[in-house]
Ligand binder design. Structure first.
Ligand code: ATP
Ligand code: MG
Ligand code: MG
Length: 406
């Protein structure tokens, strides 16, 4: 099967470059952030060539991609031009021009996952409508067009009330919480008012957040990675614990809901399903990302096949790899910008220096041109023989930071 798919890939080639990798298809990635960079790292092992499209000349993926086209993944003509240099188009960010992807698909361009999937996911309200139609459990939600609507939603759902931007959300930018009806106006204003589209969600009284990476091959076969616990700080993913410390029953429920959610979407690749676990053992879906995800960074060191390699295998039509863990426990720590400029680099460096001396720790630095508060600058994954040992190792490189806090 492997050989056959390699052959068919050759026939899809649109370039004149001779390659000798596991696939002859040049993979085009919309976006060149850290996820694009780690896709390039996985691609390099398999000698798969990746072209990236990103507006930033020195974006994280730019130095290690086969080719970097500097331009916007939201500009139709640019995306069309970029597509000419690739055999397959994929994304590392969902906020791309879905209309153009749809148009290109009609012209026979191979987009994985499908443009329809990107369209549904990039609008969080449409995403919620889609999953509720597919009977995936979710917090209650409602579109809001004006102040009156918002008030009614507050009366229906109660407070605190989660208000979200429909589009362009990431790292919690696009979310605002109103604790009471009085706070509605300021929360709505913080999101730029109603002009760009808002909706509300009922507060999910979660005890933990979980996530599952689901891979789907071109033959529609599904494979799930172990359920992880994600710990957020100020709405940003901060720490991921692998595997989550939950009963078999909860792990199975989370995996089932995640695979049902992904089965309702079209196209190959890896998908990340973010979930809430409530006190009474219910699982609710938060959102899905149609691409590799922060909650799957750990797979590089802790699983037989990383989410990045898996994504490439899935989209080019190679057999999917084993998603299971090759170590007993792992933890991923995001290095977030603590301060602007030089001071931020000094703080990050202190953690990195200590992590370099920590057994089982692997450091990833994304090489972003500048540091900003709360920006994801890099991450550290620690593996070990048990979760308690992994936790001790993480504490050992965070020790300065925690003593400063107390
Ligand atoms: P990401 O970087 O994951 O794409 P995002 O900007 O899309 O983030 P969300 O995933 O919608 O934001 O929300 C960020 C975090 O806010 C969640 O991980 C969770 O901690 C909290 N949150 C979101 N929705 C709710 C809700 N309905 N009830 C309670 N907390 C919520
Ligand atoms: Mg999101
Ligand atoms: Mg999220």
């Amino acid at each position: 099967a492997c050989h056959a798919s390699m052959k068919s890939d050759v026939s899809q080639r649109k370039d004149n470059v001779t390659t000798h990798g596991l696939s002859e298809t040049i993979v085009g990635v919309l976006g060149g952030g850290q996820l694009g960079r780690m896709l390039c790292q996985a691609a390099s092992q398999m000698s798969i060539k990746i072209n990236i499209l990103d507006p930033m000349k020195n974006c994280p993926a730019s130095f290690i991609s086969h080719h970097h086209m500097v331009g916007s993944y939201n500009d139709s003509a640019t995306v069309e031009e970029f597509a000419k240099s690739c055999g397959i188009l994929t994304v590392e960010i969902e906020h791309v021009d879905a209309d153009t992807l749809e148009k290109l698909e009609k012209q026979g361009v191979d987009c994985q996952p499908k443009a329809s999937t990107i369209r549904i996911i990039q609008d969080k309200f449409l995403q919620k409508v889609h999953f509720s139609r597919n009977n995936i459990p979710l917090p209650k939600f409602m579109q809001i067009n004006d102040q009156e609507c918002a008030k009614r939603a507050g009366q229906d759902f109660g407070y605190p009330l989660m208000i979200k931007s429909r589009r362009l959300a990431y790292d919690g930018r696009g979310n605002a919480v109103a604790k009471t009806e009085k706070e509605l106006t300021s929360a709505i204003n913080a999101l730029g008012g109603f002009a760009h589209g808002l909706y509300v969600e009922q507060w999910a009284p979660f005890v933990k957040e979980l996530a599952v990476i689901v891979a789907r091959g071109r033959d529609n076969s599904l494979l799930c990675y172990p359920v992880v616990e994600t710990v957020h700080r100020d709405n940003i993913c901060h720490v991921v614990k692998v595997p989550a410390n939950e009963s078999w029953k909860i792990m199975k429920l989370a995996t089932d809901i995640a695979s049902r959610a992904v089965a309702s979407l079209e196209g190959a690749g890896v998908f990340a399903v973010e979930l809430f676990l409530t006190e009474d053992g219910q699982i609710l879906l938060n959102e899905v990302a149609p691409r590799p995800h922060n909650s799957g960074h750990h797979t590089i060191e802790s699983c037989y096949t990383s989410q990045y390699e898996q994504h490439l295998r899935a989209i080019v039509g190679l057999p999917l790899g084993d998603p299971s863990m090759k170590v007993p426990a792992a933890m991923m720590y995001n290095i977030l910008g603590e301060d602007e400029g030089e001071a931020g680099f000094i703080l990050a460096n202190q953690i990195i220096k200590r992590a370099l001396c920590t057994s089982g720790a692997t450091i990833h630095w994304y090489d972003k041109p500048d540091i900003r508060k709360q920006r994801k600058m890099g991450h550290i994954t620690v593996v070990g023989p048990s979760m308690s040992i992994v936790e001790t190792r993480v504490k050992s490189f965070l020790k300065e930071e925690s003593s400063e806090e107390t």
